[in-house]
Design a protein around this ligand. Structure first.
Ligand code: FUB
Length: 325
């Protein structure tokens, strides 16, 4: 029978070669606390995640951010913006969408769970650093009105190949696309004079996301109710940022071995590489509270035809040291 003596040499071997496995075994969720709707992005040599603080609406009065050099070790940046700064926001601060432009960091968000005739909707803030402090850019919502039945929440800002900035947004099963002006202070009409175009795909509920791979536009969204177990993510592939978006398949959903309610995601591409990670929230097994949502990351792969393969949710999660690109 093989016997193993724990000599100093063997102990060193175990620590060096097995510790990454131990870390992987504990990696999802990526940071502690109830956090949902995570927007992941690479700024310079760090990964960033900007999530919703998942709590009753009246307690959702701020945003925290998280940064990491390797998708494993995360630093919390508390309260990068709150309702004291955004005077029109009272509650339900949700689902950041972020980007850098000309050395400034823009932070789009929704507030107030707005309904017809109320103040609220999609706002935009700006800072000189990814961790803020963010300042409300307009002093009022960028989009307050309800157009085409879409609640103004869950915005995602997308820079097209030609430099045009589009924003996809919408709850209540409707998705609109708008064009943003250069300083993100307003909307620019499309060529036909319209400012809003509905691009809702079959099954869409909320949480739109867009990326380009090999020249194709991948449009993604969440389906089902975010408070329940059946929440999931689906996608379409198109030749234009305006669609049409024909539903291809579900790529993320509950797994009885891992978690329920998986959805409202974003996607991180390692710069310059065909390497992709899905950043999403899910509900731990045994939990049923709507706000019991945690932020996780897993790998996202494509088949040879460019279709997204179903994501395998894990407890182990991922690791990618940006310094070793
Ligand atoms: O977290 C608040 C809301 O839950 C988001 O805006 C929706 O997309 C859903 O995830």
């Amino acid at each position: 029978m093989l016997s193993l003596k724990f000599t100093p040499h063997v102990c060193t071997y175990l620590i060096v070669f097995l510790s990454p496995l131990v870390i992987r075994a504990q990696q999802n969720p990526v940071f502690p606390g109830w956090y949902a709707d995570p927007e992941g992005i690479v700024y310079g040599d760090r990964f960033w995640i900007y999530p919703t603080y998942s709590a009753p609406y009246e307690q959702q009065v701020f945003f925290d951010a998280f940064s990491s050099p390797d998708l494993v070790n995360w630093t919390k940046h508390p309260r990068i913006i709150d309702t004291a700064e955004v005077k029109w926001a009272k509650k339900a601060m949700w689902a950041p969408g972020v980007l850098e432009k000309d050395g400034r960091y823009y932070f789009f968000f929704a507030a107030n769970d707005v309904h017809e005739g109320e103040i609220g909707g999609i706002g935009v803030a700006v800072a000189d650093r990814p961790e803020g402090q963010y300042k409300d850019l307009l002093g009022k919502p960028l989009i307050n009105e309800i157009v085409n039945g879409a609640q103004p929440i869950d915005q995602f800002v997308f820079k097209d190949k030609d430099g045009t900035y589009y924003m996809y947004y919408g709850g209540w099963r409707h998705c609109n696309i708008v064009k943003l002006n250069d300083d993100f202070t307003g909307l620019v009409p499309f060529d036909d004079g319209e400012r809003y175009k509905e691009v809702t795909p079959e099954g869409y509920v909320e949480g739109p996301f867009m990326f380009i791979r090999n020249g194709k536009y991948y449009f993604m969204w969440s389906e089902g109710g975010w408070g329940g177990p059946h929440y999931k993510v689906a996608y379409a592939i198109a030749d234009s940022p305006l669609g049409p978006f024909e539903r291809v398949a579900t790529i993320l959903e509950q797994d009885p071995e891992i978690a329920t309610g998986a959805g409202h995601h974003s996607v991180i591409q390692i710069p310059g590489k065909d390497r992709w990670y899905i950043v999403y929230h899910r509900r731990p097994l045994g939990k049923t509270g709507a706000n019991e949502r945690v932020t996780c990351i897993d790998e996202m792969h494509f088949d040879d035809d460019g279709h997204i393969l179903p994501v395998k949710m894990t407890h182990g999660g991922v690791r990618y040291p940006l310094a070793q690109k």
